[in-house]
Design a protein around this ligand. Structure first.
Ligand SMILES: Nc1ncnc2c1ncn2[C@@H]1O[C@H](COP(=O)(O)OP(=O)(O)O)[C@@H](O)[C@H]1O
Ligand SMILES: [Mg+2]
Length: 405
């Protein structure tokens, strides 16, 4: 089994997927723009070979270079779990006639307008929305949809360039900020809680399902610096309040023709209990979501993804044992981390339920909280009881304080 894995070491989490592939017996041909000598030591044992390309996002150039590199050798799979490369992987599969999702299928997991159109065509509830190119388009759509509305890139990530607009006057202020985008999605703002629906699929059928709840919703977490964003995976997926979201998620997979691999969907649960589609990607959620799912079931989904992708079967026990909460911390002030308060007390209070503590240590430069979802590090706790997991997460959010200078 020869597998081309696009970007095997960036973002760092991808190294785990390279490991998974090697562990299920694949020979991994990595392709990335990290120079070979700068590859992390950790990934090297998992790579059979590696091609450095100058610009990994330049699809035409990468396709030509990879084809030249592999000339004569056959490949069985082209895979990636990094969002900007899912289309390139589909193009390479099409060029070489390999199994896996087609360019047309993958397009609906990348283009937020197309995905909503296809999901809506299946009779599912999506925010009313339009693809907009000009300020005039936006104003016309705003008239039609009303306020509040959301303006966001067609293929964004991490809430970049995403705006909630509550009035025509605010729209006038926001429009200039979107100048750099050639098109955008303008949509109805959906009130409510925000959750995920994540799967690992074989031929579009989930062999593992997950729901995590965001606290607060990502757009708010991204707008207000003092917030410590929390995401908690829900152990009990049978509870009635999730039924609509699970049904929406499964129907979305059918509507979009999902194949093998991870999906990461976001959905809204309105105050009336309605589940509304948000977005979906054909890769796992970032910001530690795979680790969170692993801690939920005591599984290794990095390896199971590889097994699914190469051999078409899944061997883990996906029984859900815990609610797993991840809490991201942001230091107060700029510069280097100087102090962490409250950590020792929090660790003592939570005892064995803490499974990870990866806060940046004093002396480390602060990260830009707008640019990274992981902020200045995180802690992970788990508990079979939802209320306990939530309580420990909230205690970390308010009780642990980091400072920078
Ligand atoms: N129609 C909407 N109604 C309410 N909130 C929205 C809507 N669209 C986006 N958001 C908020 O903006 C965030 C980012 O939008 P999303 O479509 O998920 O893009 P990204 O690819 O950046 O994650 C969402 O997580 C949600 O909090
Ligand atoms: Mg999102």
């Amino acid at each position: 089994m020869r597998v081309v894995l696009l970007s095997p070491a960036y973002p760092a989490e991808m190294i785990n997927f390279a490991r998974g592939l090697a562990e299920v017996g694949a020979s991994v041909y990595g392709v990335g723009d990290t120079p070979r000598e700068q590859l992390p030591q950790r990934v090297k044992p998992y790579l059979h070979d590696y091609l450095t390309v100058p610009r990994i996002l330049d699809e035409v150039d990468v396709m030509d270079r990879v084809s030249g590199w592999l000339r004569g050798g056959s490949v069985d799979r082209v895979l990636t779990n990094w969002e900007p490369l899912v289309m390139l992987a589909a193009r390479l599969r099409e060029r070489w006639g390999l199994p896996g999702m087609s360019v047309d299928t993958v397009r609906a997991f990348r283009d937020k307008q197309l995905m909503k159109e296809r999901v809506q065509a299946a009779g599912l509830r999506v925010p009313r929305s339009r693809r907009v190119h000009t300020a005039k388009d936006v104003r016309e759509t705003a008239e039609e949809i009303g306020y509040p509305l959301i303006l966001k890139p067609i293929a964004g990530a991490g809430c970049a360039d995403t705006y909630k607009v509550t009035s025509a006057a605010e729209l006038d202020r926001v429009l200039p900020m979107l100048g750099g985008l050639s098109q955008a999605s303008c949509e109805e703002y959906i009130e409510g809680e925000e959750l995920t629906y994540d799967t690992l699929c074989i031929d579009g059928k989930p062999v593992m399902e997950n729901v995590s709840q965001y606290l607060p919703k990502p757009l708010e977490a991204r707008t207000v610096e003092w917030i410590s964003p929390i995401a908690i995976s829900v152990r009990d997926l049978a509870q009635p309040r999730l039924a609509g979201g699970l049904a929406l998620g499964r129907a979305t997979l059918d509507a979009l023709g999902m194949g093998d691999g991870f999906t990461h969907m976001e959905w809204y649960l309105t105050p009336k209990g309605e589940a509304v589609f948000g977005e979906i990607a054909c890769r796992p959620g970032g910001a530690g979501l795979v680790d969170q799912m692993n801690y939920t079931c005591d599984a290794d989904l990095f390896r199971e993804w590889a097994r699914v992708s190469c051999w078409g079967h899944f061997e883990a026990d996906a029984t859900r044992k815990y609610n797993v909460g991840i809490v991201f911390k942001r230091a107060q002030g700029w510069g280097q981390i100087t102090r962490i308060d409250g950590l020792v007390d929090w660790l003592r209070a939570c005892g064995p339920w803490v499974v990870e503590e990866k806060l940046l240590r004093p002396g480390t430069p602060r990260r830009d909280w707008k640019q990274t979802q992981t902020s200045d590090g995180h802690v992970i706790v788990r508990h079979p009881d939802w209320d306990e997991a939530l309580r420990m997460c909230q205690a970390a959010a308010t009780g642990i304080k980091m400072y920078a200078q």
